[in-house]
Design a protein around this ligand. Structure first.
Ligand code: SAM
Length: 484
């Protein structure tokens, strides 16, 4: 989703002619209480007018009131869907999967806290049953008890399809990448940017440019930014978003493990700040074709850089059982790693495992769901880390990032799981200790790696407001050091 629009989707062959239901439902926080009570009040008044006109047989008045009701509904709908431009929930992946797997759904528009769905008329289960099922896809969300259901012409679905195509055509970029859907809520934005002390004249490198959220703030503070990302879609989105900053932004394609070489090749030997916001962006998770999510059917890919030679499908189908088990254990801390690896190897004798849900079902068959965590969560994390060699790249970034900093420069790293965080924590401890002590030594000795001071004694984590607005931030941890 981009900043202005909710995501639209239309089933491949919506039927011609006739009518369908149009359903709007939303999370309570997507429409403010006051707006909603004004809406309800106006709706009651219009419905009373309609009743009265119906009783009197006043067709003209009735038609006018119906028209008013429709535009009132459209307004509230627009407001609910526009919520994605303000605070963002961004857990729409699950809801999207539920809508797309519902055979009655002809199309939808989906914001972060609301959905507008066109539903076939012919369904006997009733609209409410459908809505309840869709809402279950986001079990923690607080849904508004009210919903709007209207009978509308099927032409609406066709019109939406046309509009979606037209928007897509406008989105081609120099990287020939679709950027209309790139919507990532930046995590620990203020905290990271404050920690880096960006200001006019400073040079920053954002090694995980993504949609450019952090970089935008660094640029606003007056710094110039070198933005690196290995994902062409992210680069295209960031370029588009930050186009107004002209020469102050330089976007580079590459892996952050090569940050030093990349900057050197552009004549940059020192910087004032290094920022990394590790992991994947929401558009990467939510795009079925990228294959990162076990909730959405897609090819088993998981490459952040589409040019990488080995995808998750290659690993799942070609690694031997011991290697598979090691990957699941080391990168996913999956206790059932051996059992899962064994089942994968058994299953692939019947044919290649090619999709995300195929793999998720295999894992589910040996590891039934307990609690809130989906049984495939750890295995998918493990495969993603292996495919992109995320931990190896992080090691190189930490040491090269520090060596790029000029005295007084800062490095800020945001992690999302314990394996990454442990690495950052240990590296930061190693370089911020003036001395090392060992039991076999008579006294502590100077630490040859000592070159920085710690800025954050404890990791900085998102506050309540951020957690409420963006639950995906829940495992984020920010650590910062300053070069001596
Ligand atoms: C969490 S997102 C960053 C979001 C960004 N801070 C923002 O506010 O929009 C992480 C990004 O880092 C990129 N990335 C992850 N590992 C990388 C690596 N080793 N080298 C280059 N880019 C990487 C991903 O492709 C993704 O776009």
């Amino acid at each position: 989703m981009n900043k202005q629009e909710a995501e639209s989707w239309v089933a491949p062959h919506p039927p011609d002619g006739g009518a369908c239901y149009r359903v709007l439902f939303w999370q309570t926080h997507a429409v403010c209480q006051q707006t909603f009570s004004v809406y309800k009040h106006e709706r009651e008044a219009i419905v009373a007018r309609m009743r009265d006109a119906g009783a009197r047989g006043a067709r003209g008045v009735l038609a006018e009131a119906q028209h008013q009701l429709q535009s009132l509904n459209r307004d509230i709908c627009r407001q609910a869907l526009a919520f994605c431009t303000r605070a963002q929930d961004m857990r729409v992946g699950e809801l999207r999967a539920a809508l797309r797997s519902d055979a009655g759904v002809l199309g939808y528009r989906l914001g972060n806290a609301a959905a507008e769905v066109w539903l076939e008329l012919t369904d006997e289960a009733g609209v409410d049953d459908h809505v309840r099922r869709w809402q279950k896809a986001l079990p923690d969300a607080v849904w508004c008890e009210e919903r709007i259901v209207e009978l509308v012409p099927l032409q609406e679905v066709v019109d939406m399809q046309r509009a979606a195509h037209a928007a897509g055509a406008e989105c081609a970029t120099e990287e020939t990448t679709e950027v209309s859907d790139f919507c990532h809520t930046t995590v620990l934005l203020q905290e990271a940017v404050d920690a880096l002390q960006a200001s006019e004249g400073k040079v920053m490198v954002d090694v995980t440019l993504g949609g450019g959220g952090h970089s935008e703030r660094l640029l606003q503070a007056g710094a110039s930014v070198w933005g690196i990302d290995q994902d062409p879609q992210a680069r295209a989105a960031a370029r588009k978003r930050l186009a107004g900053y002209g020469e102050k932004l330089h976007v580079l394609a590459g892996n952050f493990r090569e940050v030093k070489t990349l900057l050197h090749s552009h004549g940059v030997d020192e910087v004032d700040g290094v920022l990394a916001d590790l992991g994947i962006s929401s558009p990467q998770v939510d795009t079925a074709e990228r294959g990162f999510s076990f909730m959405i059917e897609g090819p088993l890919d998981m490459r952040m850089n589409p040019a990488l030679p080995r995808s998750a499908e290659d690993i799942v189908n070609e690694a031997d059982e011991a290697e598979l088990a090691d990957i699941l254990w080391q990168y996913g801390e999956e206790r059932a790693s051996r059992v899962i690896a064994h089942r994968i190897v058994q299953q692939r004798e019947h044919g290649r495992i090619t999709t995300t849900t195929q793999l998720a079902n295999i894992i589910n068959s040996v590891l039934p769901r307990k609690g809130r965590l989906h049984p495939a969560t750890r295995s998918f994390q493990a495969l993603r880390i292996a495919v992109n060699d995320e931990l190896g790249a992080l090691d190189e970034l930490l040491s090269d990032g520090l060596s790029l900093l000029r005295s007084g420069g800062r490095m800020a790293i945001i992690t999302f799981h314990s394996l990454e965080d442990r690495k950052v924590k240990h590296f930061f401890e190693r370089v911020t200790k003036p001395e090392i002590d060992r039991p076999e030594w008579a006294q502590p000795r100077p630490n040859p790696e000592y070159s920085a001071r710690s800025v954050t004694r404890k990791p900085v984590v998102p506050g309540e407001a951020e957690l409420a607005a963006n639950p995906r931030s829940r495992s984020a941890k920010l650590r910062v050091i300053e070069k001596l």
